[in-house]
Design a protein around this ligand. Structure first.
Ligand SMILES: Cc1cc2nc3c(=O)[nH]c(=O)nc-3n(C[C@H](O)[C@H](O)[C@H](O)COP(=O)(O)OP(=O)(O)OC[C@H]3O[C@@H](n4cnc5c(N)ncnc54)[C@H](O)[C@@H]3O)c2cc1C
Length: 454
């Protein structure tokens, strides 16, 4: 009898734990990741030979990072790991690939998608100036290249990455001049009881916050009307505090993020059903608690199907792999699945509270001017979106794309799609769920037209 082909996309915490669980269950999975080394976003590794200490890069998460990094070397003959391989399409039971040897295909019987997340961007005056980075980008510079994004760095946004990146940058010796949270401090206090579901994570968050305050940069909550200023690159960040007073912080780089967005494109191409999550204001592929999608044979784990954090991603990876084994008719340990299900339920309570502590900063979209750039790939402004809504009665994202080209460029709407949906909903006076979401199109990320290696 031929062995079933089980493929996994993503070698972050979710994909690595899924591969490990399958290998221990007697299945040799194929694990694809476009990165050079495993670890995903949180446990991203520097290039080989860069020689930076784990404690320096991952701080309190160093032990967890080391554990994830050890998995694939320990299972080298039991997991077919294919780094530097982009999965750019799913069609029926086939993946389209671009790897070190060029283009290729992989047939599969079961597929686990563990594709992770990216920063949620919103337009604001000056957001396209050189020197403005996403917080994730700022972190990649630090973890992968050992570099700061600037000499005087201001951080602004809404989400738990904000205090974390502030801490990581300061610890690495960078000068942080301001940490500006667009969400109110009161929201965090209100969510403390829910966050007690994961006391260790809560304590870590409080510790980062306290350290950031002690180090002396301006730490403010409930800020609005943010603006990056500079002639040819960032020179200052201007914001209004909670009382409405305007302030100016001199800086040469800005790290900004408004939460995370799941990377759902492959799930979309695989035909998975999606549901709108009103808490995070985004569409995510539906998954059962065990990790099964609406399409038989396709499984979902980690942040790629709803933001849950790294610990949750590990558990979901293991759980989805156990579902695969069960569906293949292999014996699985009922006590293990029950234990995982209990921990996942507890983490869901924590996660909901964390989302509540950093509510969506809708106020930042109130005064976005018509001339602001929205879709950078195609050079389309906010005004063009409003014009389509008002004069052509556009009420839906794919129609907006067809008429304006918003989301039709290299990023396929991964960067601008969410903000476009928010702005379209506002322009039409309807809720964001009603405007729908952009349909996925291959390739999910830019690839060269002429075949060779990337
Ligand atoms: C930039 C960034 C930085 C973050 N930093 C932190 C942090 O410091 N601390 C923290 O607690 N949380 C952090 N988060 C949140 C954190 O990433 C997640 O909670 C956790 O890593 C989720 O694990 P995962 O396995 O679901 O996804 P990820 O860790 O994101 O891993 C997904 C993997 O899939 C690969 N992939 C995606 N699409 C494809 C494709 N089409 N083809 C091939 N490979 C693909 C990616 O290269 C990546 O390695 C960060 C998120 C982002 C976006």
């Amino acid at each position: 009898m031929t062995e079933p082909v089980v493929a996994i996309v993503g070698a972050g915490p979710a994909g690595v734990r899924a591969a490990e669980t399958l290998a221990r269950g007697g299945v040799r999975p194929i694990l694809f990741d476009e990165g050079e080394r495993p670890g995903g976003q949180i446990y991203r590794q520097p290039p080989r030979g860069a020689g930076r200490a784990a404690a320096e890069l991952y701080g309190l998460e160093a032990a967890k990072a080391a554990a994830i990094h050890r998995v694939l070397p320990d299972l080298a003959d039991r997991v077919d790991y294919r780094p530097q391989t982009l999965v750019w399409n799913v069609f029926q039971s086939r993946l389209d690939l671009l790897g070190p040897d060029g283009y290729g295909e992989q047939r599969f019987d079961r597929l686990i998608l563990a594709t992770g997340a990216m920063d949620r961007a919103l337009p604001f005056p000056g957001w396209t100036l050189p020197g403005v980075f996403t917080l994730g980008g700022a972190q990649i510079a630090l973890k992968a290249q050992g570099m700061s994004i600037g000499r005087r760095v201001a951080l602004v946004g809404a989400g738990p990455l904000l205090p974390l990146v502030a801490h990581q940058y300061a610890k690495a010796g960078a000068r942080i001049v301001a940490v500006l949270d667009a969400t109110p401090f009161a929201a965090k206090i209100a969510q403390l009881p829910g966050m007690l579901a994961e006391p260790a994570t809560l304590v870590k968050g409080l510790w980062y916050t306290a350290r950031n305050r002690l180090r002396g940069p301006k730490v403010r909550y409930g800020v609005g009307a943010i603006r990056a200023e500079g002639r040819t690159q960032v020179e200052a960040l201007v914001y209004r505090d909670a009382s409405g007073t305007e302030h100016r912080v001199d800086c040469d780089a800005i790290g900004v993020s408004f939460g995370l967005l799941s990377e759902t494109q492959l799930a979309d191409l695989a035909g998975c059903a999606f549901a709108f999550d009103s808490l995070t204001r985004q569409w995510a592929p539906e998954r059962t608690p065990e990790g099964r999608s609406s399409v038989p044979g396709i499984y979902l784990a980690g942040d790629g199907a709803g933001i849950g954090g790294a610990d949750r991603a590990e558990l979901q990876g293991r759980r989805a792999a156990l579902a695969v084994l069960e569906d293949l008719g292999r014996a699985i340990d009922a006590a293990e699945t029950a234990g995982l299900d209990r921990r996942l339920a507890r983490q869901a309570r924590f996660r909901n509270a964390l989302e509540g502590a950093y509510p969506y900063p809708a106020h930042l979209l109130e005064d976005v001017a018509d001339e602001e750039m929205l879709c950078r790939c195609e050079g389309i402004s906010v005004g063009a979106l409003r014009d389509a809504a008002l004069t052509k009665e556009v009420r839906e994202m794919n129609r907006l794309k067809a008429l304006t080209r918003i989301g039709m460029g290299r990023c396929q709407g991964r960067v601008c799609g969410h903000a476009a949906a928010e702005l379209l909903a506002r322009a039409c006076g309807i809720d964001i769920e009603s405007v729908g979401r952009l349909r996925g199109q291959p390739p999910v990320k830019p690839i060269p037209i002429l075949g060779g290696a990337p």
